[in-house]
Design a protein around this ligand. Sequence first.
Ligand SMILES: [Zn+2]
Length: 359
Amino acid sequence: MSTSPEKKFGKRFGNLNSFKTSFFENNDGMLRMADGMAEILSAQPLRKTCKICGNPLSAESRPASAGRIPDETLRIKSHGLSYIRCEVCGHLNSEHEDTDDFANKVYVEDDYAKNYSEADKEQYQKRCELIYIPKAEFLRDSLNKEGISAESADILDIGAGCGYFVTAARSLGMKAEGIEVSAGEVEYGNKISGSRILTHVGLTDSIDYIRNTDKNIISAIGVLEHLTHLSENLAAIRNNDNIRYLYASVPMFSFSCAFEASHQDCYNRHMGGTHTHLFTNESIACMAESIGFEVAYEWRFGSDINDLYRFIMVELAKNDNKEFADYFAKKFTPLMDELQLVLDKSEFSSENHFILKKT
Ligand SMILES: [Zn+2]
């Protein structure tokens, strides 16, 4: 029998904004980049089935036996794309499929790493401390409640990037190593950490790697949403009895979707670009069940308010209200953590961290 997950809400953002100033200062450039990706996605075949539960997305082809969540079919149009909400698990799927062709065109190594990879060691450590240590602490503390000490945690981090999460987990006494498809990020991460914490693997090799690992925890921080072959990766987790926990963070169907859909001239960080599908509580539970796991812990903190704030600032600047924008910023920014917490508690905010546990 499944038990309800332990829930945690909110996070102090502090000076996180300073890492993403390009989102504010280069709105038009970022928007063009996202529009380019939308154009590539729109050229892909129409998606027939839900990325998570596999049920047909159109009412006509759905078997009568398929379950149904109470809301009507929902279609959202934004930034040249259409997203359809799965009537069975609530997952928000882009109308067009995220194919290998799409992945090959949008995950161009340089472009993808540019926003998220700092140039020097000090920046690396700062980013690690501010963003990844709290994520690793959440895992450590949750495992502790399961009777698993930090020393007994042995993590394989998939889509490890430059190894921020691996570094954070190791600094808290957990064993951790990562696999990553970008050779550049592997080289950079290994160099900066001074040891071989990351291994370079090809796109399809990662599935074999997961199937054969002797680690007891898989982590995937901001990764599952980017996997073209998500179901094969999940099957590899299901078929490996060593793996007892899956720790992931994913983008959620949330308030940010409405903020973006109503601000078409602003860069759509959340619903667009490489985010071709967004999760719901129901689709996460459905994904867990499909691999014989259940949702054990959740930590929900979004950046919906940060998106809204960015859209207001960008548009005020666009219509020659720079002075007023500064005045507004002084009034608004002290309230942002508290406002975001309200949205997080509604469980309709933009990011969710969760730990799935094998049943
Ligand atoms: Zn579904």
